[in-house]
Design a binder for this molecule. Structure first.
Ligand code: BES
Ligand code: MN
Ligand code: ZN
Length: 497
């Protein structure tokens, strides 16, 4: 979908579909009032006769209104202004997108960036609008013999009443498109089945992405390289699989040479069977999504290069497949991590932390300004926060606050859980320096405690996206692309800081 800015008189704009919000306020206000006047009260007549009340998400399509150049006018209820927060705004945009997607118009003009969304300026409304349209147009039908027909609507004009706002809209569109492209990549990598999306596939994708952008450098560490580095923990996860592990590094140099890089580390378990601590069968297919942390790193990289952000960024992807076999790691096995710390692997299904810890030790060599890891790490996080909020823990309060703020700004929110010292004891092992599980209580926190043993030398935060990276169940199943908006916002904020 192509987006462009438009201002000027609404009634004479040539478009297949002019989209105008009708709030619950009476008399009509904003663009709806302007148009109502131009068509001699046809819109207020529709309101009067009960065809549209302004309730959020309600729609009414009108064809060939007199006095208005647009072929169609789509009225969309935007509810009460006082309820118009991010959630309601997204609902409105989602509904409009669904109608346009199935409709006859090939282009549309949306006046919705002018809606008074609470706490948002015209730039951020525009960006959220673009991201929401794109999110609802996304399709994954690569493996369907019969593809869904692509929607007729191709071009979208975003209208502003103030010419002075045009720059804000233009920036909102550009950044919204960049973030949406990143999010779409993340969703597609996530949605790919485990037999296609292997560690080797991710490494190939990384090389392909670097080829497209000269600012990107990529390096793939093979198992022999990881062995030489002493990454016994990461390699213990791929030990049972026929697919070799890969540690992928992207470097993006957009900042000054001396600027310390921000580092992102993604969990890339391309399929998590649990290993010898085998998972139950029901719903196990969803463990193809266990590389969504890695996929989000790909998405962020793509958004960052597209926007050419003046920052330095290093991304590490710890990719492996967790399988049971005769060569697999067994409960009770003890391995030595790159940090030198020994780990007693009491449960081979707690594998995410095992690949991340070595990648986090490896991150030290980049002298990072900050390190954020992203992982579908614990089922306990889904219990604690459900599907709406990402779990956030870390060792640096400033970094935590920056990520929380970025999540709110990007409408991709996280919530902090405590990383108090008291929880660390749950990881005590009688035989090794640390156990890889901390018992049934506070599973998300003890997983982060485990990671914290490897991140002492830099500001670090951990995003547990087990609940937010994909939606489960029936037809709605699919990767969400979260937390690409949060992370991209976090990096955008580092530019202005
Ligand atoms: N990838 C899973 C976590 C997960 C489970 C994410 C369900 C989303 C939905 C992770 O590797 C795992 O298996 N974690 C275990 C840890 C436990 C053995 C301490 C879990 O959460 O059960
Ligand atoms: Mn697991
Ligand atoms: Zn896992």
């Amino acid at each position: 979908m192509e987006f462009n800015v438009k201002h000027g008189a609404l009634e004479t704009i040539k478009t297949g579909c002019l989209v105008v919000a009708v709030s619950e306020a009476r008399p009509l206000d904003g663009p709806a009032a302007i148009l109502d006047k131009a068509c001699s009260g046809q819109i207020s007549a529709a309101v009067k006769h009960g065809d549209i009340s302004g309730k959020a998400g309600q729609t009414l399509m009108l064809f060939g209104l007199p006095g208005i150049t647009a072929q169609r006018v789509l009225l969309i209820g935007s509810g009460k202004d006082e309820d118009l927060g991010d959630r309601q705004f997204r609902k409105v945009v989602q509904k409009v997108t669904a109608v346009l997607k199935d409709g006859g118009a090939t282009d549309a003009l949306l006046t919705l960036a002018a809606l008074p969304v609470k706490g948002r300026d015209v730039y951020s409304r525009t960006r959220l609008l673009v991201e929401t349209v794109r999110e609802n147009l996304y399709q994954f039908d690569q493996f369907k013999s019969k593809k869904a027909p692509s929607p007729r609507v191709r071009k979208c004009l975003l209208w502003t009443p103030e010419k002075a706002d045009a720059d804000q809209l233009t920036r909102g569109i550009a950044q919204g498109q960049a973030i949406s492209d990143g999010t779409a990549l993340t969703r597609t990598l996530g949605n790919l089945p485990g037999n296609v999306c292997t560690p080797t596939y991710l490494a190939k994708e990384a090389k392909a992405l670097a080829k497209q952008h000269k600012e990107l450098e990529v390096e793939v560490l093979e198992e022999k390289d990881m062995k030489a580095l002493g990454m016994g923990s990461l390699l213990s996860v791929s030990a049972g699989s026929a697919e070799p592990a890969k540690l992928i590094r992207f470097s993006y140099q957009g900042g000054k040479g001396k600027d310390k890089p921000h580092v992102l580390v993604g969990k890339g378990i391309t399929f998590d069977t649990g290993g010898i601590s085998l998972k139950p069968g029901g719903g196990m297919d969803e463990m193809k999504y266990d590389m969504c942390g890695a996929a989000s790193v790909f998405g962020v990289i793509k958004a960052v290069v597209t926007m050419q952000l003046p920052i330095n960024l290093v991304c590490l992807i710890a990719a492996a497949e967790n399988m049971p076999s005769g060569t697999a790691t067994k409960p009770g096995d003890i391995v030595t991590s790159m940090s030198g710390q020994t780990i007693e692997i009491l449960n081979t299904d707690a594998e995410g932390r095992l690949v991340l810890c070595d990648a986090l030790s490896y991150a030290e060599r980049f002298n990072p300004a900050s390190v954020v890891d992203i992982a579908t790490l614990t089922g306990a996080c889904v219990v604690a926060l459900g599907a709406h909020t990402t779990g956030l823990l870390g060792n640096n309060d400033e970094l935590i606050q920056q990520l929380l703020a970025a999540g709110t700004k990007a409408d991709d929110r996280a919530w902090q859980l405590p990383l108090f010292d008291e929880y660390q004891e749950q990881l005590d092992s009688p035989f090794a320096d640390i156990a890889n599980i901390g018992g049934p209580k506070a599973g998300t926190i003890t997983a982060a405690c485990f990671l914290s043993r490897f991140t002492k030398s830099y500001p670090w935060a951990h995003l547990d996206i087990a609940g937010t990276a994909w939606t489960s169940g029936g037809k709605e199943k699919g990767a969400t692309g979260r937390p690409v908006p949060l992370l991209t916002q976090y990096l955008l904020d580092r530019v202005s800081a």
